[in-house]
Write a protein that binds this ligand. Structure first.
Ligand code: HGY
Ligand code: MN
Ligand code: MN
Length: 415
């Protein structure tokens, strides 16, 4: 597959190597769910580039890959972590995740070209299932490692085909029995800096190639299930129906209006599954997922409760029953102010921006000082084939990441 002979110094060059992996024909973009053939190919690509740079590759019990530069025999503290994820959303862009990993590899190339020798270990990580596209929980890998989700609940999660996370781990050579939080493993690192494509348009408006992250919007996912009476599309009079699809459609419209009425709130239904889903069949059940976000967790929770009661009323009016179950929730995460200030001093003039998108850095922030760098996205669009970063901005991102890592890896600074 990928056996790079001469490590490239270009982010665009690295990303071009994986441009054909996991392409999705439905709407373009990529679909690279964790442990899919496509994501396994990306893992191979990352490991091949790590090996080509002489980095020591470590893979943990849940498939997190860490490529170490300057790995002494035992690392207990003081190391620096960078990296991101390889998995994508359905129809995702080319940069969400892989840009952070490619930039980290190139940052190592740049530091070596500068003759820099780190006085601390550096690891480049690829966290599994950041998008939660296969098993439904966002940042599943980093949540397991930080103890934010129990191994039992994680292992029992099922993908749309009914495979549990435990089964998929076992099928990929991992031992589900070894899955556990790994706080000591995370605490080997004094800091985590994740570079990511911006998933909005702030840097376009600021006309800047790179920003430092300040916070991540609190966000959660809830599964709504509406049960009615499945029946024949032709023999069932309109007056005799208990149609969950109609209840769901009405509820989704109200959910939009409820979120619109709250400043800063976002509520999205991007995934809906009728059971059984036949053209001439009134569905028996409709499941749909609601992604709700707001800077204030209390507002998010209150909005979800409004959604819950609205769903109940609408379902009852349609002769149906409903339930709403939380699948994952991340509080608003504020990045470490000391680390952020250091990044601001290293990256003079870089704007500081909040993000509405979730990241592993937001999960690790609960255990170690974490920070993010965002690279300009001229489309301002993400989780879509339109997502983009110019070759130049991507290279600037790697250069600035190299500057930051050089500062953190120099022995004279604490962590
Ligand atoms: O959903 C998110 O915000 C992130 O892209 N996983
Ligand atoms: Mn994403
Ligand atoms: Mn991402």
């Amino acid at each position: 597959m990928h056996s790079p002979t001469n490590p490239t110094h270009s982010v665009a060059g690295l990303l071009a190597e994986i441009a054909e992996i996991g392409t999705e024909s439905l709407r373009g973009g990529y679909y690279r769910p964790v442990f899919s053939t496509a994501e396994l190919d990306l893992r191979e690509w990352f490991i091949a580039h790590a090996n080509a740079r002489g980095l020591d590759v470590e893979i943990d019990a849940i498939g997190t890959i860490r490529a170490w530069w300057h790995l002494p025999s035992r690392v207990t503290t003081g190391a620096v972590l960078t990296g991101s994820h390889l998995d994508s959303v359905p129809g995702g862009g080319a940069f969400d995740g892989p840009l952070g990993i490619a930039s980290a590899l190139v940052a190592v190339d740049i530091l070596r070209a500068r003759g820099f020798v780190p006085e601390k270990p550096l690891a480049i990580a690829a966290f599994p299932e950041e998008e939660g596209s296969r098993f439904g929980v966002a940042c599943l890998g980093s949540r397991i490692l930080t103890g934010a989700i129990t191994p039992a609940r994680a292992l029992a999660l099922r993908d749309p085909d009914g495979n549990t996370f435990a089964e998929v781990l076992a099928r990929n050579g991992f031992d589900p029995g070894a899955v556990d939080a790994d706080l000591n493993g995370i605490r080997r690192f004094d800091s985590f800096v994740e570079l990511h494509v911006e998933q909005g348009r702030a840097l376009i408006d600021l006309d800047a190639p790179l920003a430092i992250g300040s916070s991540i919007l609190g966000h959660g996912r809830w599964r709504a299930s509406v049960r009615g009476e499945g029946n024949h599309a032709g023999t069932t009079l309109m007056t005799d129906r208990r149609d969950p699809m109609v209840a769901a459609a009405r509820a989704i419209h109200v959910i939009r209006d409820l979120a619109r009425a709250i400043d800063g709130a976002r509520a999205t239904v991007g995934r809906l599954q009728p059971v059984p889903g036949g053209t001439n069949v009134i569905a028996s059940r409709v499941d749909f997922w609601i992604d709700v976000r707001h800077p204030d967790d209390a507002v998010t929770k209150a909005l979800v409760e409004e959604i819950r009661s609205t769903l109940g009323v609408v379902a009852a009016e349609e002769g149906c029953h409903s339930q709403l179950i939380e699948e994952s929730f991340s509080s608003t995460a504020h990045f470490d102010p000391v680390l952020r200030t250091r990044l601001e001093s290293m990256l003079e003039g870089a704007p500081v921006l909040p993000t509405g998108a979730g990241h592993d850095a937001g999960i690790l922030a609960s255990v170690i000082p974490s920070a993010m760098l965002f690279v300009r996205n001229p489309s301002g669009i993400s989780h879509s084939p339109e997502e983009y970063a110019t070759d130049l901005d991507a290279q600037i991102g790697a250069e600035r990441l190299a500057d930051v890592l050089q500062g953190l890896l120099a022995g004279d600074h604490p962590g």
